[in-house]
Each structure stands twice: as C-alpha cells, then as structure tokens.
Design a protein around this ligand. Structure first.
Ligand SMILES: [Zn+2]
Length: 251
C-alpha cells in the first residue's frame, strides 16, 4: 500500500500496550519508521522471553521505506533492531548515546556492515523524502530522550517518544516549557505521545523526589540495603549514587 497525497500514521506496535514501539508515518508514496522496539513476555507466553513486533505490512512495502528513526535507547524502542533491521535494508538514524547502544547490538550480531547507522547531533535535523525531522530533547530516565518534530507537506507532527515534564531532571538538558510552547505556537497538526501512566489523573513526581524518599528510607536503614531497578533507568542509577553519597554508604 502506497501513501497518496496524504499523511498517514500507522502503529505496528506500542499503541495500547507497553513496549514494542514501532510507528510508521506515510506521505506521498513513502514511509518512515519511528522506533523498532521489542517487549518482554509475561506469563501469557510461557517459555518465551522476548516478543518482537509483526512487521509484515512494512516488509511488503519495504521499497518505499526511507529509514528508521530512533527516539532513545530503551529496549522497547531499539530492542528489535538486531533481529529485524537488516531485512528492512534501510539506514537507522539516532543521536550519539542511542547510536552507541545500537552499535553495540549490531556488533554483537555481526551486523555492523549490514545495517547503516547515521548519527544525528542532539537537536539536529535531517530530511527523509517528504519528511523533515528534528530531534527535541525531553526529560526521560535514559540519556538523550528525544521527541521528534516531523514536518510534512500536510502539517507538523510532534511525536514525543517516552517523556515526562520534570522541573528538576536528573539527566541531560531537556527542552524548557517555553521551547515546547514555541513549537506549539508554530502550529502542530497532531501530538503523538506515549506515557506509561497516562490514565493516572495526578501529575507524575520528579526524579528529585525519589532521591529525597530514598535518602530518608536508606538513611534510617541499618546495615546493608538492597535496591533494585531497571539497569537502563540511568537516572535512577545516578540517583542511587547520590543517595550513597548522602548516606555515607558504598554502592
Ligand atoms: Zn523509554
């Protein structure tokens, strides 16, 4: 199926579920893919560890696919790359930290010379056919969490990736509310956004509040303290380093 003189959004994964983010935008005969993630299986799939997205639609239309643009380095956004990107045969685009994680995966699978990986600087822009793309930094739990401004002849999409609005972010230099409002003032056709706890009706806390809570609980604890977190939650790992300093403990 070839997109006509129109702008199409097609989620192949990640909408209505956590993980496995794969989104397509179509315009004037061409497609771009945003993210290529996988998800971890739950007890509904006994004996299965990883679940990969079903790319049958875009595999049938791969000649019209221009590239895969990665928002950030979490597994649910880049995890399927080593399994599926080589067959799609298009270049990947990522900011430096994300690109480093992807390069490690490609090297592990012996794919470094089979998959082209193009580096885009933070805040950088580039053009893929009818799509003008620009990375916009947002606060997230891994370095270089990015949204994408996607300009097309039919309007502008603001595609957030994973994000939160955090007054005291622990990682990186996210866009200010003023910078985000400026993008809105220029005119946005649609906001395509992803947020795990979108159905909670209260604001999510700042990572800085987590540090205060951990300082208190760990400060009161006796002896050895065990804390678990996703290893890829770099902001939390950094917080734990600070908490160790605050409480005179060793990590
Ligand atoms: Zn994420």
């Amino acid at each position: 199926m070839k997109p006509g003189n129109e702008l199409l959004f097609l989620a192949l994964g990640g909408s209505g579920e956590i993980g496995m983010n794969v989104n397509l935008y179509g315009c004037q005969g061409k497609w771009i893919m945003v993210d290529l993630g996988m998800t971890f299986a739950d007890p509904a799939y006994p004996g299965i560890d990883l679940v990969l997205p079903d790319l049958a639609f875009i595999e049938q239309n791969r000649k019209d696919l221009l590239g895969i643009v990665l928002t950030h380095g979490h597994e649910d956004h880049i995890g399927a790359i080593p399994y599926l990107a080589a067959d799609l045969g298009v270049p990947l685009y990522a900011t430096p930290f994300t690109a480093g994680l992807i390069a490690g995966k490609l090297e592990e699978e012996g794919l470094l010379d089979k998959v082209k990986l193009k580096l885009i600087e933070l805040g950088g822009d580039f053009q893929l056919g009818p799509f003008g793309l620009r990375y916009v930094a947002l606060a997230h739990s891994i370095p270089e969490g990015n949204a994408l401004v996607i300009d097309t002849p039919y309007g502008r999409i603001f595609h957030t990736g994973d994000w939160k609005l955090d007054d005291s972010p622990q990682l990186g230099d996210p866009s200010t509310p003023e910078e985000l409002m400026h993008i809105g003032d220029e005119g946005v056709l649609a906001l395509v956004c992803d947020s795990t706890n979108v159905f909670q009706d209260h604001a999510s806390g700042s990572e800085a509040t987590v540090r205060e809570g951990l300082d208190r609980v760990i400060g009161e604890a006796e002896g050895r303290v065990l804390v678990t977190t996703f290893a890829s939650n770099a902001a939390r790992v950094k917080t734990l380093g600070h908490v160790a300093q605050d409480t005179g403990l060793q990590v």
